[in-house]
Design a protein around this ligand. Structure first.
Ligand code: ZN
Length: 701
């Protein structure tokens, strides 16, 4: 309540203070005169966000009042379209804030986030629970056939109506109040989860001060650890953290088993340390609130609620899908574990294989079988070359051209910016931000400071897209040299970027990546198929010192090794996906002992103790804070699609087949969320996707 009063006072000050000025000192209130209207990062201060959000809420409420008080009968134009364009300022500030709070955060941004999250949640509820507005939306929906609507407009109308219902518009007043308080609490818990996780991730470091404890580590990894130590005022020592790019090489190469155990244990205990950053109570509450919310809305479980809008449609279908792959992968993973145990035995080791040993022995076996390790290939994957490879593929497939632009504002010196054109016409802007830092959350993602759409007058708005990753950074005088899997990550995110860049929709809510979760990874994962194709490698994979193209026999070994350890990779992933589904198919609120719950689920499926799920519950950001609740399976669902879709190229004998690419662009990439995903897929492929290509690609069939 206090908040609401304060909120109104601030609004009053804002409105009397800002309206008259032609140019505000708050950049969010101005038109951006930067190249391509990219956010003027250097002008944006932390103090600008809250006022911009508050004014954004107010402006949208004004627009909504105007829609409601329109004396004319509801039409698509005066209701749905007006609503679609009502959040101009809110989107403007929200996109910048959201992107920077992930890629370049600080205590102040996090505090602002904590303050805004419940306000934003309340604001969304004020719209979706507004009776008069819903009546108008419903009227347009029920009279859909009376308006001459395009297919895209029908989809926007259908989405809008269903989104109102799914957000509680049809509930009784008491239930609406319940829903509001659930939403508000959920929004706070979600932020809390993320902040705990970041603190836990940054809170651990393994400091090494004896040279002998570096045994087995490649020179580049040691140099990286020395630089990390230096940045933490520990010059002369070496620091390893539980950030993936530095943790993974340690697990792969360190001969010090006790240190591997220490590091990996810190990793998988994140959020589960019974301290003030513990996430167990947070996620228990989130899971329970989601059950309550779904029941209130008339669904059996949260998964039922979510999946209705996905391609998979029901939890049963997802369990069936995951079960089929699990059955194929678990025996393979068990055989991999046995091979590792055998190697331990041969070396005279008297211990049982543990999760912190997996990477180490996998690497040894890989070396033995294929004479291949990351250090052999790294010199050929200089980051700038990999980026050139991306651009080459996009050019061959879609005719896009990428030009480096240093005159465009950036939020951090690491950002590289490119203008994207086709046939000389501007398509959009792409920013790439590659290296880990404490202010960046883990993982890799693609977002947009501005999505593609047409404005209310039909004028094209071009996208400003951003790729953020945590890849191996440059060290000393060496450029950033990536692993093959890191190169794949770049291709993946670049696929999302293409989905945004080639989007050609009219309405913002259905543009680019605004598609169901289990479809959204199709454009990204299909790009991964090009990364190790010999035809592509010879263009970009050149030795960073000699410019020598990656030798054919390394390419051959890479190819043969590509199906190595896939039992582990598949099982590790599926274990997390199953955890997600189990949490979200709960049908009643329950006292959850998170550790027990997790253990029981993993036992039920027979996960072997040598493998931990890719994400344990307490750091499973995707499902608690990242929008992937009962959606983590989506990556594999999309893989079914991408494996099948890449076959369309392969079948022509030309991985750059322009006709297939044109079809992929016209039926999938350009369409965004304007159609039904299964229909879009069938229009591209001529048939429904099957699971075979996925199993074959993973060497599971
Ligand atoms: Zn992705």
């Amino acid at each position: 309540m206090k908040n609401i009063i304060l909120f109104s006072v601030i609004l009053l000050i804002l409105f009397t203070g800002c309206k008259q000025e032609p140019k505000s000192d708050n950049p969010f209130f101005n038109k951006w005169d930067t190249p391509f209207e990219v956010p003027p990062f250097e002008q944006i201060r932390n103090s600008h966000y809250l006022p911009a959000y508050l004014k954004g809420f107010e402006e949208q409420m004004d627009e909504i009042k105007a829609i409601i008080s329109n004396p004319k009968a509801p039409t698509f134009e005066n209701t749905i379209k007006a609503l679609e364009y009502s959040d101009h300022l809110l989107t403007k500030v929200g996109r910048v804030f959201g992107a920077l709070n992930s890629a370049n955060t600080n205590d102040s941004l996090q505090a602002i986030n904590m303050e805004i999250a419940p306000l934003a949640s309340k604001h969304r509820d004020d719209i979706s629970l507004n009776d008069s507005l819903f009546r108008r939306v419903k009227s347009v929906y029920e009279n859909m056939d009376k308006f001459r609507l395009t297919e895209e407009e029908k989809k926007v109308l259908d989405d809008t109506y269903k989104s109102f219902v799914r957000n509680g518009a049809a509930l009784s007043p008491e239930d609406k109040d319940k829903l509001r308080s659930i939403n508000e609490e959920l929004s706070k818990l979600t932020v809390q989860f993320g902040q705990n996780l970041l603190a836990e991730t940054n809170g651990f470091k393994l400091v090494i001060d004896k040279q002998e404890d570096l045994a087995g580590l490649p020179e580049g990894v040691v140099a990286q650890a020395a630089e990390l130590a230096k940045s933490m005022d520990l010059e002369g020592k070496w620091v390893f953290t539980i950030q993936y790019p530095i943790m993974e090489p340690f697990l792969k190469y360190s001969g010090k088993r006790d240190l591997r155990e220490k590091l990996f244990t810190a990793y998988f205990m994140k959020g589960d340390n019974d301290n003030d950053k513990d996430n167990k109570a947070v996620i228990e509450r989130i899971a329970n609130l989601r059950v309550e919310r779904s029941r209130l809305l008339g669904y059996k479980s949260y998964a039922d609620f979510v999946l209705e809008r996905n391609m998979a449609k029901t939890p049963e279908r997802v369990f069936e899908f995951l079960g089929e792959i699990w059955a194929a992968a678990l025996p393979v993973a068990k055989a991999e574990a046995a091979a590792q145990q055998e190697m331990i035995r041969k070396e005279g080791g008297k211990f049982k294989l543990e999760p912190w040993d997996w990477w180490y022995y996998t690497e040894k076996i890989k070396k033995e079988k294929y004479d291949l390790d990351d250090e052999i290939t790294r010199p050929y994957f200089k980051i700038d070359n990999v980026i050139e490879g991306l651009f080459y593929v996009a050019n061959r497939l879609y005719g896009l051209v990428f030009t480096r632009r240093d005159d465009i504002p950036k939020y951090h010196p690491d950002v590289k910016t490119f203008e994207v054109t086709r046939n000389g016409r501007h398509v959009g802007v792409l920013m790439i931000d590659n290296y880990p830092r404490a202010s960046k959350r883990g993982g890799a993602w693609c977002g947009a400071y501005r999505g593609q759409s047409r404005d209310i007058n039909g004028r094209m708005i071009t996208p400003v897209v951003t790729i953020v990753t945590n890849l191996t950074p440059p060290t000393g005088d060496k450029p950033a040299l990536l692993t093959a899997s890191e190169a794949e990550t770049l291709f993946h995110e670049f696929g999302h970027a293409l989905h945004q860049l080639l989007s050609n929709s009219t309405y913002p809510s259905v543009s680019g990546t605004s598609v169901p979760r289990d479809f959204v990874e199709l454009p990204s994962q299909i790009m991964e198929h090009w990364v190790l194709e010999p035809e592509v490698l010879k263009v970009y994979a050149k030795h960073y010192q000699t410019d020598e193209v990656i030798p054919a026999d390394i390419v051959d070994r890479l190819d043969r090794a590509s199906k190595f350890n896939t039992g582990f990779a598949t099982v590790e992933f599926l274990a997390a996906a199953l955890l997600d589904m189990e949490y979200h198919t709960l049908t009643e609120p329950a006292d959850l002992d998170i550790r027990e719950f997790e253990k029981n689920i993993l036992n039920k499926y027979g996960l072997i103790p040598e493998i931990k799920p890719r994400y344990r519950s307490t750091y499973f950001n995707h499902i608690w804070a990242g929008g992937y609740a009962s959606g983590y399976y989506s990556y594999y669902w999309s893989e079914m699609l991408d494996a099948d879709a890449f076959q369309a190229f392969k079948e022509t004998g030309d991985i750059f087949n322009r006709e297939v690419a044109a079809k992929f662009e016209s039926e999938i990439l350009s369409k965004g969320g304007t159609g039904d995903p299964l229909e879009m897929y069938k229009a591209f492929r001529g048939k429904e996707p099957g699971i075979d290509a996925l199993l074959v690609n993973r060497g599971l069939k």
